[in-house]
Design a protein around this ligand. Structure first.
Ligand code: MRU
Length: 340
């Protein structure tokens, strides 16, 4: 099929393999500093994932695959490397998916060069999936719409182009989207720090809103779609994504705004029956008690910091994957596309 969508508005590649090391754009420092980390062993990839230097479900999986390559090149026991990388973060299934793919190649006798080809394939397939999802998702949006997004699902979070942000890039290029609103995404500010950085850099009309402004924005009526990514989609379509996604889906339904999840098939976990079975990462309370490293809450205060939530399938109008669009997802509709 010939595409009528040009891949403009797409200049960022944050995960780069350089033959003997992995370069990662340090997402903890953006937008103040554009600093690259060089990972030369599996342990440094593990820490980059755990400490959010690289984040976003597909990017975590891709980085982990390169971590396995580095382990193979250094002679590190591969079982140990696979287990260590797997423990870096619990919710994004792309991590487990990529490591299982590398494990299968190892079991088939792959050497370091073959593992390098597999990691590159994982990275290249992700970019192709994002571009295809961009076209499929943009086609659902009426020309001249405003949309809202949450967290960062762009080039920084993937091999490039992005999932939800890929749909937004494609929608802007096709004249379907004329305004993007990005929630700031407390506490880590992925929306404010990362999504706004991508959108401004790529010339996409965007306005930042406080997370708590979302319902008021939807009530105003310009926003036609909330478009988000996913960290794990269960077999019934329940979707784990960045904390705050669930309340956006509730607000969207209340205001008649459509809700779209965009994720590659590597985010779909048909072995997990429903969202109740998805492990939600709890991070350090300190992330909530400070802003930009400066304590803002009284000493002695406690905080609860779950960093993902689950949006039930019945609040989702469309799940867009590179294999096709699943409207009003149910287990049956998911199985029709993702049967084992
Ligand atoms: O904690 P993060 O920044 O890794 O969380 C990222 C998200 O929740 C994204 O929405 C999701 O991974 C999809 S990225 C294409």
């Amino acid at each position: 099929m010939t595409s009528n969508i040009s891949f403009t508005h797409d200049t960022i590649r944050a995960v780069q393999w350089h033959g003997d090391h992995l370069r990662l754009l340090d997402q903890r420092l953006l937008p103040a500093e554009e600093k690259w980390i060089e990972c030369r062993d599996e342990a440094s990839v593990f820490h980059a994932i755990k400490d959010l230097a690289v984040r976003g479900a597909p990017a975590i999986g891709i980085a982990a695959a390169w971590g396995v390559v580095l382990a193979a090149k250094s002679g590190q026991p591969l079982d140990q490397a696979l287990a260590h990388l797997r423990s870096a973060r619990p919710t994004a299934v792309n991590l487990m998916w990529a490591l299982d793919r590398m494990k299968a190649r190892i079991a088939a006798g792959a050497d370091a060069a073959a593992l390098e080809r597999e990691a590159q394939a994982i990275q290249d397939e992700d970019l192709a999936a994002n571009r295809h999802m961009g076209e499929l998702g943009a086609a659902l949006i009426a020309p001249g719409s405003a949309v809202m997004t949450h967290c960062n699902t762009g080039s920084l979070a993937t091999s490039g182009y992005g999932t939800a942000l890929g749909v937004i890039r494609a929608g802007v290029a096709a004249g379907r989207i004329n305004q993007v609103y990005a929630g700031e995404t407390r506490p880590w500010q992925q929306g404010a720090r990362l999504t706004m950085w991508e959108l401004v850099r790529d010339g996409i009309p965007a306005k930042l809103i406080a997370d708590s402004a979302a319902s008021y924005l939807m009530k105003a009526g310009d926003v036609k779609w909330v478009i988000v990514g996913a960290d794990r989609i269960a077999a019934n379509g329940d979707t784990a994504n960045k904390i705050g996604t669930y309340q956006l889906a509730i607000a969207a339904r209340h205001h008649g705004v459509k809700f779209m999840v965009v994720a590659p098939s590597s985010t779909v976990d048909m072995a997990t029956v429903s969202g109740d079975d998805i492990e939600i990462e709890l991070r350090d309370a300190a992330e909530l008690l400070s802003v930009a490293g400066r304590r803002t809450v009284v000493d002695g205060a406690e905080a609860w910091n779950p960093v993902f939530d689950v949006t039930p399938a019945d609040l989702i109008d469309a799940i867009v994957t590179e294999r096709g669009v699943i409207e009003n997802p149910t287990t049956e509709r998911m199985r029709a596309v993702f049967a084992a």
